[in-house]
Design a protein around this ligand. Structure first.
Ligand code: FAD
Length: 475
């Protein structure tokens, strides 16, 4: 393999199609051995170790189009990288061409019109940092190093979603490079069916080079409330928490989690909420939560919105091996509460075994949906499951490859225990193992059929298949 790194303004002396591609780019072409190649192929989940034949570090929509045409004409598998957070590592094609959008990370804010133009490779932190000086924000996820691209195309849940809808509900328009290398705009008035599909249909239709978001006057202040309980005491606590969540104002997103406790202790269940807005108004919810039981620890904090958005950056950090299992839950009946607390173990004693040294059980969490997410008519966007009450996730992180099978099995067991209460799954939390079955859980059958028809229009040869794939409908 020749190394064909392109420095702007120079021509690689190597002849051949790769050198010609490199010479055309505003960005760079990397091949194995080039400086930056290993960084470009390294994604969030350390279990992903794939080697693309080449990486186009795209600096412009023209670069993206050139890369798509090059790969398509040579039958190279395409992977599209934004934040690199997809747990299955779909951004990285083994032996294929990776379109690395990270050089396209810019955000332009029009504070008067309350709009942000966000390039397809931007991270959530860049979006928040650009909008907050104006007291503005839009729905974005909870970890700032996640990509706007993958998150928004799958839906996009965050602390503002109960007030303003999912990230995809706040997109005015998408600029996208198609499988044939053309650039199109999709909005309510231009290519409205494509606009529908891009709102939740993932990276199936093309490479989005720019998102235009609506912004909201959110201010910069928040409140986070967390109450820790011994897991064995937490059944009535969670039942009460669920009732409070159902009646909560839209500024509040209720959360619950269970994890191994400190050495010598048993598992800890944490319930609480995140409030975006005036903390004094958020504090009005505290007495009801305090009345749920006797917590072993309480944390009430008032981070700025930017601090809130970075709060989970280190627990959600890179370089760990990762696996997760998730569901959307329409309700949280009493039996589901018990299964949630067990994390896939047979009984709570099982969740204590080896506490401190770690049980190997996954951490589990719930995050409330509802509010403005559920206001959007179901037919309005490809995103499925508007009626979800809570998203459930079971996630494991570890470093030793020898633990892979046990860790994955434990996360799957925790997921399987909640499966009887599930109404579907978030497409962005699917692992590679779930394949077509997972895609059928993410989209109700009628939506999947409509998505497949749309795929047949925009990508009939399934050029963009390294994703939670929607297969083109047969013509
Ligand atoms: P990448 O791996 O770069 O991309 C994932 C896939 O998206 C790509 O394979 C490609 O198919 C597609 N894609 C990405 N960008 C583009 C583009 N510009 N054009 C076309 N296709 C593109 N989700 C939430 O909703 N809310 C959260 O709070 C949240 N928190 C998370 C925290 C962590 C630590 C992690 C790891 C994930 C979180 N997620 C959350 C899930 C997240 O939405 C998905 O992992 C998503 O795939 C991440 O997108 P990315 O751009 O970082 O990933």
């Amino acid at each position: 393999m020749t190394t064909a790194t392109h420095l702007p303004g120079t021509r690689n002396p190597d002849a051949g199609p790769e050198a010609a591609l490199a010479a055309r780019l505003d960005g760079r072409l990397l091949t194995p051995g080039d400086a930056g190649y290993d960084t470009a192929r390294t994604v969030w989940n350390a279990m992903v170790d794939r080697r693309p034949r080449m990486v186009v570090q795209a600096a412009s929509a023209a670069d993206v189009a050139a890369a798509v045409r090059f790969a398509r004409d040579r039958g190279l598998e395409i992977g599209v990288r934004c934040g690199g957070h997809n747990v299955a590592g779909f951004a990285v094609p083994d032996g294929g061409l990776m379109i690395d959008l990270t050089p396209m990370g810019g955000v332009r804010v029009d504070a008067v019109r309350r709009r942000a133009r966000v390039q397809g490779g931007a991270l959530l932190g860049a979006l928040d940092r650009a909008t907050q000086p104006y007291g503005l924000a839009t729905t974005a996820g909870n970890v700032s190093h996640t990509g706007v691209g993958g998150l928004t195309l799958g839906g996009g849940m965050g602390w503002l979603a109960r007030r303003y809808g999912l990230a995809c509900d706040n997109v005015e328009s998408y600029t996208m490079v198609t499988a044939s290398g053309e650039t199109v705009t999709a909005s309510r008035t231009e290519h409205p069916e494509l606009f529908w599909g891009l709102r939740g249909g993932g990276g199936n239709f093309g490479v989005v080079t720019e998102f235009e978001f609506r912004l909201h006057r959110t201010g910069t202040r928040t409140l986070v409330a967390e109450f820790d309980f011994r897991a064995e005491d937490a059944v009535p606590v969670l039942a009460g928490w669920r009732e409070l969540s159902a009646a909560a104002p839209r500024e509040a997103t209720f959360t619950a989690s269970v994890a191994d406790g400190p050495a010598g202790g048993g598992p800890v269940a944490t319930v609480g909420f995140v409030w975006v807005g005036d903390p004094e108004r958020g504090r009005r919810l505290l007495p009801a939560l305090r009345a749920l039981g006797r917590p072993v620890a309480t944390r009430i904090t008032t981070p700025s919105y930017l601090e809130l958005q970075r709060r989970d950056d280190s627990t959600g950090g890179h370089a760990y091996r990762r696996y997760s299992a998730g569901h959307y839950l329409r309700d949280l009946p009493a039996a589901a509460v018990e299964d949630f607390l067990l994390r896939g173990a047979a009984d709570l004693r099982g969740t204590r075994r080896g506490a401190g040294a770690g049980t190997g059980l996954p951490g589990v969490g719930l995050q409330a949906h509802g509010g403005a997410i559920a206001d959007v008519p179901d037919g309005d966007a490809a995103f499925g499951h508007r009626g979800t009450a809570f998203e459930f996730g079971a996630g494991s992180r570890w470093t030793d490859a020898a633990e892979d099978d046990a860790r994955m099995a434990a996360a799957r067991a925790a997921g399987a225990a909640l499966a009887p209460y599930a109404n579907g799954v978030y497409v962005n939390s699917l692992t590679a193992h779930e394949g077509d079955r997972g895609v059928r859980r993410a989209y109700p059958a009628a939506k999947l059929a409509r998505l497949a028809a749309l795929k047949a229009v925009w990508d009939p040869r399934n050029v963009f298949h390294l994703n939670q794939n929607i297969r083109p409908a047969a013509s």
